[in-house]
Design a protein around this ligand. Structure first.
Ligand SMILES: Cc1cc2nc3c(=O)[nH]c(=O)nc-3n(C[C@H](O)[C@H](O)[C@H](O)COP(=O)(O)OP(=O)(O)OC[C@H]3O[C@@H](n4cnc5c(N)ncnc54)[C@H](O)[C@@H]3O)c2cc1C
Length: 477
């Protein structure tokens, strides 16, 4: 009888792992187990009454680099080319990003000229931060917080305004706690290899083999900054589900895994409450902290390492305004923690993807709330009501964007523990997990946002690499 691989978690990582397993020349039997009734995990798109698309999770995927190209290749293999909505390089949403500081929106400078000009909220042209960066020696520590790294290399203003905001925008996290090595590995590596981030960016890391397709070529030629899908990004997990089912993968929904045990023959027993599955190998694509609670006693050291990978919550408030107008055109703006500890930023969805505005079109923006404000509320056990988040989001849209009329449509979702935090020393947790798995020869492979990147592209790549490891085909880097 052939091998059975059970994939835990039907988010994008588990779906991608199952996809790559199912396309092997000699595929194993694959069972994908999802705890909820819906596939896609944090990727969720809902329609408003006028047909407008509201993203409750990710809203754009980057096409850049090998990982961006691999995702586009998968999109083409799934037959979704005609559904892709690109943001081309010359579009306002590709060119303009803002910081909200001192009660005003400031465009982030771009191009050489932008670096030479004074660019508030920074007190001096960013050219000087660049000069400091080029002359700063290489750091000696194996890891450093994002804040300390940015302060050392680029100065205190870039650290506390730009990098603080970036950490809030990507991780809903605190730059004074997050690890540069794990959150921004390309910046860490650039310093290690070229002694400077700028030199590293200029010289690049060398191009390995790049996947190729008509869609990838189009994305390069038109310099896409990101893309979505006409019906929302949830179209991607839905298409993956259709594909998996057609390839004979068993997709179980509404079946939370509640325990894992090792049988005498070295296989796994996966407990689903009132039934069990047997597996020769498990790919776990559920959050690390959830997996840590399911592992058997024999894997206690692994469980301990995984339980320390925590996550933060984000409240996502989608707002739609009839006749509303934005004061600026761009992708959106970020808010540093010094300006407002609760508002992480606002995305101007209608600028990037007007095709999703509904009929008649209404202005869509999404306010993201989280950070230390939300952590304090959670720690105090305060009531985290929809009304509280809606009120805060409407207030932010009014003060930061001048959208003072009440919205015509509003959706509020509190996503609990949705973004893993790669805090200082995260790499050591990964190393100890990898060493334990190798030493014990456990038939378990880890994938998903908890480990090496939270972006959709990173998660898809983690699924691809997990499948390659199980199949014994070396993943090309
Ligand atoms: C608000 C928000 C905005 C984001 N914006 C962007 C963006 O614009 N661009 C971008 O690239 N990325 C973005 N991200 C990041 C990205 O969406 C996520 O990191 C990614 O979707 C995580 O995928 P995953 O499959 O690893 O995990 P998840 O999506 O968490 O999937 C895990 C799955 O496992 C299931 N599960 C959990 N426990 C069990 C169990 N015991 N048994 C069975 N199943 C279980 C869950 O139900 C879930 O379906 C955003 C994330 C959030 C939260």
């Amino acid at each position: 009888m052939g091998r059975t691989v059970v994939v835990l978690g039907g988010g994008i990582s588990g779906l991608a792992a199952s996809y790559h397993l199912s396309r092997a020349p000699c595929p194993p039997k694959v069972v994908l187990v999802e705890g909820s009734e819906r596939l896609g995990g944090w990727i969720r798109s809902v329609r408003g009454p006028d047909g407008a698309v509201f993203e409750l999770g990710p809203r754009g995927i980057r096409p850049a680099g090998v990982l961006g190209a691999r995702t586009l290749l998968m999109v083409s293999e799934l037959g979704l080319d005609s559904e892709v909505l690109p943001v081309r390089g010359d579009h306002a949403a590709a060119r303009n990003r803002f910081l909200y500081v001192g009660g005003a929106l400031h465009a982030l400078p771009s191009g050489i000229r932008g670096l030479l000009r004074p660019s508030p909220p920074f007190s001096k042209p960013l050219f000087w931060a660049g000069l400091k960066e080029l002359t700063t020696p290489r750091g000696k520590d194996p890891d450093e917080t994002v804040h300390s790294f940015a302060q050392r290399r680029l100065g205190p203003e870039v650290a506390s305004l730009a990098m603080d905001s970036l950490c809030r925008g990507v991780f809903a996290g605190n730059s004074r706690e997050l690890s540069i090595r794990s959150c921004f590995p390309s910046l860490f590596q650039a310093e290690q290899t070229h002694r400077s981030i700028l030199l590293g960016l200029l010289l690049g890391t060398g191009r390995g083999p790049q996947p190729d397709s008509a869609l990838i070529r189009q994305a390069r030629a038109e310099r896409w900054s990101q893309w979505s899908l006409r019906g929302g990004l949830e179209t991607l997990p839905q298409a993956l589900n259709t594909h998996l089912t057609s390839r004979g993968v068993s997709v179980l929904r509404g079946q939370p895994v509640c325990g894992l045990s090792l049988e005498a023959e070295g296989c796994w027993k996966v407990s689903l409450g009132d039934s069990n599955l047997e597996a020769d190998h498990i790919i776990s694509a559920i959050p690390a902290s959830v997996l840590s609670k399911l592992l058997p006693a024999e894997a206690a050291p692994l469980a301990r390492a995984l339980s320390t990978i925590t996550a933060v919550s984000v409240a996502v408030v989608n707002l739609q305004y009839r006749g509303g107008r934005l004061p600026v055109q761009g992708f959106g703006h970020l808010v540093p923690s010094s300006e407002d500890p609760g508002i992480l930023g606002i995305v101007y969805d209608s600028v990037a993807f007007p095709e999703q505005d509904g009929s008649p079109p209404g202005l869509r923006v999404t306010v993201m709330l989280g950070g230390s404000w939300l952590r304090t509320l959670e720690a105090r056990g305060s009531v985290l009501s929809q009304e509280l988040f809606q009120k805060e989001a409407e207030k932010a849209a009014a003060t930061q964007l001048g959208l003072k009329e009440p919205p015509s449509h509003c959706l509020v979702h509190l996503h609990k523990n949705c973004i893993p935090q790669y805090t200082l020393g995260h790499w050591q947790k990964l190393e100890s997990a990898t060493q334990f798995l190798a030493a014990q020869k456990l038939p378990l492979t880890l994938a998903g946002a908890s480990y090496e990147g939270v972006a959709v592209n990173d998660c898809i790549e983690s699924g691809r690499q997990a499948a390659a490891r199980v199949l014994g085909t070396e993943p090309s880097s």
